[in-house]
Write a protein that binds this ligand. Structure first.
Ligand code: SAM
Length: 327
């Protein structure tokens, strides 16, 4: 259980090192490019040398192992196999970790990874070339405005990227257009289970710092918001699963790395000299385990790590979908 005193201590540490008001002054700003430019080396060194830029999905209680970073793309492989997907699209693919895993596991299926940032796509292409995967391609594209040629996919997935979306309806409509009838959407992301006005002042500060430290400067979307947007776009939501307990071990591991920094003056001064948006990942590390809702682990934060699955209905002969019907 995170007690009020522990939370107050954490917030004080963050305030001493970074200045809470200074960090929160960045809320609402577009920091995606500078955040990833500066944080890239920290992700490689502290999260996953193989380029995963997401949380490990660990079995509860155990330490995260390298294969736990493959849990999300392994789920994609399972779904692609079950539905016989021949074309698979990843949104916000980062350095290509998930797309590469899927393409390697399914050499007879075509996989396309897309990301907003040219630097990520370049790294992903280089890694794919090293892996010698001829069924894997990468393209620069924003999910906010999916290019019209991206159609005919049987499965589209997004791991910890749609938290950056501004217009959920536009993204959902783009996904609906990109999919074949019967195609699936698989999303892993963090969502807020309860409205901010119900959070304590300390929890509100902790969540806002956690978000801003990872460039989610408009805040995580409310739980249910994606389901509603997908349904409005004519997709049918099939499943929503809460994996918050499975991200706790990884978050605790990052927290203990963070603790080693704040208790060692040499490491602490190295952080103060690091590029600003790289250094602020320490804030996310110190607060991460405390902002999620995992009652069995005594965590009573408002955030949840969720998996959402939706399907584009198959057209019955002569039928028109809701989304395809002009108003
Ligand atoms: C936390 S990383 C996750 C990367 C990858 N999905 C993974 O699991 O390793 C978030 C990614 O979203 C990308 N991103 C942010 N906004 C985007 C947008 N509008 N369109 C496409 N990608 C975007 C970032 O460039 C970054 O690569």
């Amino acid at each position: 259980m995170t007690t009020a005193a522990e939370m107050a201590d954490r917030l004080q540490q963050v305030d001493r090192m970074f200045g809470i008001d200074k960090v929160l002054a960045d809320r609402g700003k577009d920091l995606i490019e500078i955040y990833y430019e500066q944080s890239g080396p920290a992700y490689d060194r502290l999260l996953s040398a193989s380029g995963a830029m997401h949380l490990a999905l660990t079995m509860q209680g155990s330490e995260p192992r390298p294969e736990d970073y493959r849990a999300q793309p392994t789920r994609v492989v399972g779904m692609a196999t079950n539905i016989g997907a021949s074309r698979i699209l990843e949104l916000g693919c980062g350095k290509g970790f998930n797309a590469t895993h899927v393409a390697r596991a399914l050499p007879d299926r075509a996989v396309l990874g897309t990301d907003l940032l040219p630097a990520h796509v370049e790294t992903a292409r280089r890694r794919a070339a090293q892996a010698g995967l001829s069924n894997l391609q990468f393209e620069i594209a924003s999910f906010e405005d999916l290019p019209p040629h991206l159609t005919g996919f049987d499965l589209a997935f997004a791991v910890e990227t749609l938290c950056y979306a501004r217009d959920l309806d536009k993204v959902a409509q783009g996904l609906a257009r990109a999919l074949n009838p019967g195609g699936r959407v698989l999303i892993y992301d963090v969502h807020a289970l309860t409205p901010p006005e119900t959070w304590s002042a300390a929890m509100t500060q902790a969540v806002r710092l956690y978000e801003t430290a990872m460039a989610v400067t408009r805040g995580f979307h409310a739980a249910g918001a994606w389901e509603a947007a997908l349904e409005r776009a004519g997709l049918a939501v099939r499943n929503v699963v809460d994996h918050s307990a499975r991200v706790q071990p990884g978050l605790r591991q990052l927290e203990s790395l963070g603790d080693r920094v704040v208790t060692d003056w040499k490491k602490r001064s190295a952080v103060t000299l690091a590029p600003r948006y790289m250094a602020r990942n320490l804030i996310a590390a110190l607060l991460g385990p405390h902002v999620y809702a995992v009652p069995e682990a005594g965590r009573d934060g408002p955030l949840a790590y969720q998996m959402i699955i939706a399907e584009k209905p198959r057209l019955r002969p002569g039928a028109r979908t809701r989304a395809a019907t002009p108003a």
